[in-house]
Design a protein around this ligand. Structure first.
Ligand code: TYM
Length: 332
């Protein structure tokens, strides 16, 4: 059976980008067609400036939202990364497989380290080694597929390279995974700056729709989205990134093709209005279910406990095999 692994990092409240690029697909199709694991990757949240209490809160919220979005613990495994030691164990071995040049070439490292330096903050070493931990997340489970948004494909490519290299050097140990992406909305853009990704840890929030935003807040953000000069509704990501982004979001909500949808609109205002309503309706059940689940933290804890136990059992043999293969002395 196909094995799927993916994760979400608790560095901010989950966004419409996370939902359309990743989480919705996990719930609607991935968990039903494969042996799937979905993880709140809390160790990754420590790679940038963080507040411990906030990371804890966001980890719980992210796990609750994954369940609210429809992940069913009876058919898939939902857990928190730090509850399973194998991730950190394998990460070091993969740091010994990767080169520093490879890590420095990662776009996210370049962008995030530049942002931190510009803000006068230091750059944590773990921000550089982050892709080794991400590779460990994936390779520990022998995942065949990694459903992610467009921004994570470079990390999954690196994971493939590391798996192939390790297998060649030390003997076949890892499955070589591949990234999968949604057909539309693989990269949802910021509504105020449609040339950059809608990112949950960005400081300016007016262009970001969070999954838990109230309907009126969602409407306001979408109605105020930056559009482009001209008046014609056309799907052109280069020339009209704002309008194209709205068309992508609308197409992702309603099904259909953003280019064809463009033909149905005569004004930016009408497009915004329909997009706002479509997003409100898409998120409504998630918000409602989140409120129910948040009232029962004991249930969420139980899901995470059982998920971690299952995940541990799956990861352990592969990580042990990697330790043996690379030359570490087995425990007696
Ligand atoms: P993270 O937490 O930034 O995002 C979680 C998922 O949401 C997708 N995504 C988007 N998709 C479309 N448009 C956007 N604006 C948008 N923003 C985010 C991401 O591509 C991702 O699929 N490094 C990962 C977390 C991670 C991981 C893993 C993922 C750690 N280990 C192993 C897969 C497998 C990250 O920071 O995702």
């Amino acid at each position: 059976m196909t094995r799927i692994f993916s994760g979400v990092k608790p560095t901010g409240h989950l966004t419409l980008g996370n939902y359309l690029g990743a989480v919705r697909r996990w719930a609607e199709t991935d968990q039903h067609r494969a042996d799937a694991l979905f993880c709140v990757v809390d160790l990754h949240a420590l790679t940038v400036e963080h507040d411990p209490a906030r990371v804890r809160r966001l980890s719980r919220q992210a796990a609750t939202l994954l369940l609210a979005a429809g992940l069913d613990p009876a058919v898939c495994t939902v857990f928190v990364q730090s509850h399973v030691d194998e991730h950190a164990r394998l990460s070091f071995v993969l740091e010994c497989t990767a080169t520093d040049g490879e890590m420095r070439r990662m776009i996210q490292y370049k962008e995030k380290s530049a942002r931190a330096r510009a803000a006068g903050e230091s750059v944590r070493l773990s921000l550089l080694t982050y892709p080794a931990l991400m590779a460990a997340d994936i390779l520990a489970y022998g995942a065949d597929e990694v459903p992610v948004g467009d921004d994570q494909t470079q990390h999954v490519e690196l994971t493939r390279d590391l798996a192939v290299r390790f297998n060649q050097r030390y003997g076949h140990t890892f499955v070589v995974p591949k990234a999968t992406q949604p057909q539309v909305a693989a990269r949802v853009m910021d509504l105020q700056d449609p040339t950059s990704k809608m990112g949950k840890s960005h400081a300016a929030t007016a262009g970001i729709v969070y999954l838990l935003d109230e309907p009126d807040v969602v409407r306001k953000k979408i109605m105020r989205a930056v559009t482009d000069s001209g008046r014609e509704v056309e799907y052109d990501r280069e020339e009209k990134p704002g309008v194209a982004n709205l068309l992508d979001v609308l197409a992702a909500c309603e099904g259909g093709n953003p280019e064809e949808l463009a033909g149905a609109y005569e004004s930016y205002g009408a497009l915004k209005k329909d997009t706002a309503e479509a997003v409100v309706e898409l998120l409504r059940p998630v918000r409602e279910r989140h409120a129910e689940l948040a009232a029962d933290p004991g249930y969420v804890d139980k899901v995470l406990r059982e998920g971690a136990e299952r995940a541990r059992g799956m990861a352990r043999p592969t990580v042990d095999a990697a330790y043996r293969a690379i030359g570490l002395l087995p425990t007696g």
